[in-house]
Design a protein around this ligand. Sequence first.
Ligand SMILES: [Zn+2]
Ligand SMILES: [Zn+2]
Length: 291
Amino acid sequence: MTNSKGCQADFLEDGVSGNDVELRIWGARGSLPCPGPSTVRYGGNTSCVEVRMGGRLVILDGGSGIRGLSAKMRHEAPIEADVLLSHYHLDHIMGLPFFSAAFKRENTLRFRGARLDTNITLRQILAKMMSPPLFPVPIEVYQATTSFEEFDPGDSFELPGGIRVETRGLNHPGGACGYRLSFGGIVIAYVTDTEHVPGEDSESALALMQGADAVIYDATYTDEEFETYRGWGHSTWREANRLAELAGAETMILFHHDPTHDDAVMDRIAVEAAEDRAKTIVAREGLILTW
Ligand SMILES: [Zn+2]
Ligand SMILES: [Zn+2]
């Protein structure tokens, strides 16, 4: 698929294209991994997205999908990466104890996350998850050079290589933070987990998505499900499309699929969402977009 701005979407097994900007989905699920015969096509791993900008690696969230990314990077060394976390619910960090790049001395990993509704630090949160009896080995076994930096939602900062990052707080129990990455005129927005308020235009979501080339958005629920799960902190594909139009965004990538949505349900959502808005696609493991 090629759109008017030259974005290409593909499903590849091994995908370093050499292009300036590349995005690859390693986990598109929310809440809980759900592998099995009914989810093979869209995948069962939780949130993890690989973004390459000018050769620099940015990892969005460390859900169970990061295991596949780790396997792909097995022979890459040294690795230097920025890991940006949307928030600290397990589905977004559960892969980090198995993030093999963190166990290699020659690698450099910078973890960043927003100060949300908690009084412990990012490092303390990850250390807590990686401590007995929850997990047998402590975060101190990370051999890579690591840093753990916090910021306030709304802050902007620059990553090495000239990648500009803007952030906004999202509407989610306990808080969450969305990202807008800009490099070489290409903008990728990562907007999960967030609940919309019907009839209101989310200023935060729109600011992140404004004119973006690709938006990854929390489309956990159908409209019908949304009514049942008000307050759970998630949105819908219909709202994704509405916001994408308002923001003048190009490709909308529906993300954070509900674990109960098997491949047949996701196929239906893909058709309905694309009928509603042609430039909307559904995230699946192995989806690659390049610019
Ligand atoms: Zn989530
Ligand atoms: Zn969450």
